[in-house]
Design a protein around this ligand. Structure first.
Ligand SMILES: NC(=O)c1ccc[n+]([C@@H]2O[C@H](COP(=O)([O-])OP(=O)(O)OC[C@H]3O[C@@H](n4cnc5c(N)ncnc54)[C@H](OP(=O)(O)O)[C@@H]3O)[C@@H](O)[C@H]2O)c1
Length: 392
C-alpha cells in the first residue's frame, strides 16, 4: 500500500489521479489532498477520501474548509498556506507525491518531495522549467524517483530503455515530441488577434485546466515541454524535434541510431500516464478505453509553423540560451496568460510579452533556489509592465 499526497487535487490532473486511485484502492491510500481556494470541491474530496491532511494555499479558504469539515465530523486535519503544501509533500508517511499544482506555486512542494526521496509524479512542468538543474540535483541528492506525467514525456520515458543509463549506449539520436497544434492549428494568423479565452480553452482533443489550455493554443506548452524534455532526459534542444500530430494518438517517439523509432500510442486521456507513473514498473487499470486503430484510421504528421506559433520558436531559443531565460519565460507566460484570461491582453500579445521579458531578464542561471524565486519575482514584475504597456 503506497500513501499518496495529491497536490492540486481539485484540478484536471488531480481529479484524474483520484479516478485512477479509485480503481486501484487496494494499492494506494490518499494521505493528503491540496487545493488553492476551491473549498466546495476539496470538502467533497475529503468526505469521500478521508485523508489525514487537507491543505489550502489560500489561508481564508483553509479556515472555511476547516469549519465545514469539523461541522460534518470529518477528521481530516486542515493546513494553510505554502508551508502546508511543503509539509505534506515531505511528510515521512508519504510515499508518492502527485505534483499537479499549476504554475510556479508548485515549485517548493515538488522540491520538498525531491529532497525527501519521494516518488514524484510530475505534471507541474513549470517547476522544472523554472528550477532546471537545481530541481534535477534535488531529485538525485534526495534519492527521489521522478516520473513524468505530461503525456509526451511519459511516452518518451516508456520508449527509453532506462532513464539513467548512458545516452551514448542507449543509441538515442532524436526525441520526437508530438503536439496536436491546439485549437488554432489551421486558423489564419491574422484571425488570432481577436480570439476569446473560451475559444482558446476549447482544445480539440484534451480536457485540461485553463492555463495549460491557453498554453496549448499558443503552443507555449510545447515550448515549455522542449525545455522539460532537455532537463528530464539530459538532451540538447538540437536533439528534440516537435512534430504536429492533430489526432493526439501518438504521444511522442524516440528515434535510435539504427533507424528504429519507438512510439507510445493511446487515446488522449491523462489517466494513462497517471496510471503508468503510479504503478511503474507494473501496469494497473486506468479506466481509459482501448485504442481502436481501425476507427482512428489515420495518423497525420506535419512540421510546426513557427511563424504562426512564435511561442514555440521562443521555447527552442530559450532552451538553447539557458541561464536565466527558462525561468523568465515561465514567469512571463504565467503573467501574460493570466492577463489574457482576464481580458487585459490580446491573445497574440502573449508571445510578445514573453519575448520582451526574456530579453529584459537575460543573465546567468540561478545558482540557488532563492535565486530562482528572486528571478521569478523580477520577471513577473517586468512582464506585468509589458502587459500594461501592450494592453493600452
Ligand atoms: N490537464 C492536463 O491534461 C495536463 C496535462 C499535462 C500537464 N499538465 C500540467 O499539470 C499541472 C496542473 O494542470 P491542470 O490542468 O490540472 O490545472 P487546473 O485544472 O487549473 O488545476 C490546478 C490545481 O492547482 C491548484 N492551484 C492553483 N493555484 C494554486 C496556488 N497558487 N497554490 C497551490 N495550488 C494552486 C488548484 O486549486 P483550486 O482548484 O483551488 O484553484 C488546482 O487544484 C500544470 O502544471 C499543467 O501544465 C496538465
Amino acid at each position: 500500500m503506497k500513501r499518496l499526497a495529491v497536490c492540486g487535487s481539485t484540478g484536471s490532473i488531480g481529479v484524474s489521479t483520484l479516478d485512477v486511485v479509485l480503481r486501484n484502492r487496494s494499492r494506494y491510500e490518499i494521505f493528503a489532498l491540496t487545493a488553492h481556494s476551491n473549498v466546495d470541491k476539496l470538502a467533497a474530496q475529503c468526505r469521500l477520501w478521508r485523508p489525514r491532511f487537507a491543505v489550502m494555499s489560500d489561508e481564508s479558504a483553509a479556515m472555511r474548509l476547516a469549519a465545514v469539515l469539523s461541522t460534518e465530523g470529518v477528521e481530516t486535519r486542515v493546513l494553510a498556506g505554502a508551508s502546508g503544501l511543503v509539509q505534506v509533500a515531505m511528510h515521512p508517511d508519504v510515499d508518492y507525491v502527485m505534483a499537479a499544482i499549476v504554475g510556479g506555486a508548485g515549485l517548493m512542494p515538488s522540491i520538498a518531495a525531491a529532497r525527501s526521496g519521494k516518488r514524484i509524479l510530475l505534471a507541474n512542468k513549470e517547476a522544472l522549467v523554472m528550477a532546471g538543474r537545481l530541481f534535477m540535483d534535488a531529485v538525485r541528492e534526495g534519492g527521489a524517483e521522478l516520473l513524468p506525467i505530461d503525456s509526451e514525456h511519459n511516452a518518451i520515458f516508456q520508449c527509453l530503455p532506462a532513464l539513467n543509463s548512458d545516452r551514448g549506449e542507449r543509441g538515442v539520436s532524436r526525441i520526437l515530441l508530438t503536439g496536436s497544434g491546439g485549437p488554432f492549428r489551421a486558423r489564419k494568423p491574422e484571425s488570432l488577434h481577436d480570439v476569446t479565452p473560451d475559444e482558446a480553452c476549447a482544445h480539440p482533443n484534451w480536457s485540461m485546466g485553463r492555463k495549460i489550455s491557453v498554453d496549448s493554443a499558443t503552443m507555449m506548452n510545447k515550448g515549455l515541454e522542449v525545455i522539460e524534455a532537455c532537463r528530464l532526459f539530459d538532451v540538447d534542444p538540437g536533439s528534440v524535434e516537435v512534430v504536429v500530430h492533430p489526432q493526439s494518438v501518438v504521444h511522442s517517439m524516440v528515434e535510435y541510431g539504427d533507424g528504429s523509432v519507438l512510439a507510445q500510442l493511446g487515446n488522449p486521456d491523462m489517466r494513462t500516464p497517471i496510471a503508468h507513473a503510479l504503478a511503474w514498473p507494473d501496469r494497473i487499470a486506468s479506466g481509459v478505453a482501448p485504442l481502436d486503430l481501425v476507427s482512428t484510421s489515420r495518423l497525420d504528421f506535419e512540421a510546426p509553423d513557427f511563424d504562426r506559433f512564435p511561442c514555440l520558436r521562443l521555447g527552442f531559443e530559450v532552451a538553447e540560451a539557458g541561464g536565466a531565460a527558462p525561468a523568465a519565460l515561465n514567469a512571463a507566460n504565467e503573467v501574460a496568460v493570466d492577463a489574457f484570461l482576464n481580458r487585459r491582453l490580446r491573445f497574440t500579445r502573449i508571445a510578445r510579452v514573453a519575448e520582451a521579458t526574456v530579453a529584459a531578464c537575460a543573465g546567468e542561471g540561478p545558482g540557488t533556489l532563492d535565486d530562482v524565486l528572486d528571478l521569478d519575482r523580477r520577471a513577473r514584475a517586468r512582464a506585468a509592465e509589458f502587459v500594461r504597456a501592450m494592453s493600452s
